[in-house]
Design a protein around this ligand. Structure first.
Ligand SMILES: *[C@@H]1O[C@H](CO)[C@@H](O)[C@H](O)[C@H]1NC(C)=O
Ligand SMILES: *[C@@H]1O[C@H](CO)[C@@H](O)[C@H](O)[C@H]1NC(C)=O
Ligand SMILES: *[C@@H]1O[C@H](CO)[C@@H](O)[C@H](O)[C@H]1NC(C)=O
Length: 342
């Protein structure tokens, strides 16, 4: 039996030295893992996919769009590109994503070899050695050294160089493919993405968005803060003022006041005069209320409303003219002039 084992180890050695990429590749991926653990405690933001989970992940993602990067772990350009890709992935992937649910950023290693299946073959071969069917070893090993798990996937997308990036809606990638000369395709190549800036520019152009690499998540971390801090309460009132002002801009700007809603609006203004947390909104509401009959006379809707008081209505600032705009503190979005989850 030991001589069989010797033969087996010998064949294994010969086969492996004949396929240097296998060895270099796996050593590099081990190094890469060690590096990652050393350098940072968060895993990559981009989701690593392989032939096994590719379809499932893209089918299940709630994101509206997907980016798939095909690369090879041994390719120097890909390794240089990784930090760029990660910088963009940080914005969209993971629990702390600045802009969650919009884009799923993924990568597929076209040169990935099968570790799991090599162990399987080893077991298989041990078994055969034990049962003295040693002749099977050679063929098994040959199959193993050729096995690149994502080959078929990369071929389907006609990956001709590394890295190569694709863009599309996630379901279009499921069982999908791409051909260089295809006229119309639901999946397209991102052709100008060699730095993080250019990749994000490409995405912004595609979506008409204005995401920035420095976008930060605002808002929620402030919310958990200190409600007995007077400074924060003052800021919170800015938000309420601005929200009130925006609401009235919408109500007046879209002529939402109708004969049947007139009475409700008067009641609402009466409430604001007494209870609004901001002094200037209380004052503005009171002024609006006092001039309400002039602005909205009972026969307002029967006359030509285009002419009547148009100027004075659009000028009306319920919380005063000095209200600073775009100052969202607690309700701020990911950018300084946006709100909520934007
Ligand atoms: C594919 O990736 C998943 C998740 O990382 C892993 O569990 C699985 O073993 C991989 N498949 C192969 C064939 O390597
Ligand atoms: C909350 O703010 C008040 C006033 O600024 C301060 O005295 C107090 O220490 C703060 N509490 C916490 C938990 O930060
Ligand atoms: C918000 O944007 C305005 C205009 O773009 C700028 O002047 C201001 O400094 C920004 N504020 C912060 C906190 O970034």
């Amino acid at each position: 039996m030991y001589s069989y084992l010797g033969l087996f180890l010998c064949i294994l050695f010969v086969c492996c030295s004949a396929t240097p990429f296998t060895i270099i590749g796996s050593r590099r991926s081990i190094l890469r893992e060690i590096n990652n653990n050393d350098k940072s405690d968060h895993p990559d933001y981009a989701v690593e996919l392989n032939a096994t989970n590719f379809d499932d992940v893209l089918k299940d993602t709630p994101a509206t769009f997907a980016v798939v990067e095909f690369f090879a772990h041994w390719c120097p350009a890909c390794r240089n590109y990784k930090p760029h890709y990660e910088k963009v992935a940080r914005l969209f992937n993971g629990p702390d994503a600045v802009h969650p649910g919009i884009i799923l950023m993924t990568r597929v290693d076209c040169a990935s070899k099968v570790c799991a299946s090599s162990i399987f073959f080893l077991h298989n071969m041990w078994f055969r050695v034990y049962k003295k069917h040693a002749l099977m070893i050679g063929t098994s090993l040959f199959t193993f050294s050729e096995a690149q798990i994502n080959n078929k996937l990369c071929d389907q997308f006609s990956v001709v160089h590394y890295p190569m990036l694709f863009w599309g809606r996630p379901p279009k990638f499921v069982g999908g493919s791409w051909e260089p000369k295809q006229e119309k395709s639901d999946i397209c190549v991102i052709d100008d993405a060699c730095t993080a800036d250019r990749l994000l520019n490409w995405i912004n152009k595609e979506l008409g968005s204005s995401f920035g690499l420095d976008d930060q998540r605002f808002g929620n971390e402030h919310l958990s803060s200190n409600i007995s801090d007077p400074g924060q309460i003052v800021k919170a009132i800015y938000d309420v003022e601005e929200a009130t002002s925006t609401a009235f801009d919408i109500i007046l700007g879209h002529k939402m006041i109708k004969p049947e809603s007139r009475a409700s609006l008067i009641k609402f203004l009466q409430l604001l005069v007494v209870h609004h947390p901001s002094k200037r909104c209380r004052k503005g509401s009171a002024e609006f209320l006092m001039s309400f009959d002039d602005l909205y006379p009972a026969d307002f809707w029967s006359t030509n409303e285009q002419e009547i008081n148009k100027g004075s209505l659009s000028d009306l600032q319920i919380c005063g003219k000095d209200l600073p705009h775009g100052q969202w503190i607690f309700c701020r979005g990911s950018k300084n002039d946006t709100r909520g989850f934007r």
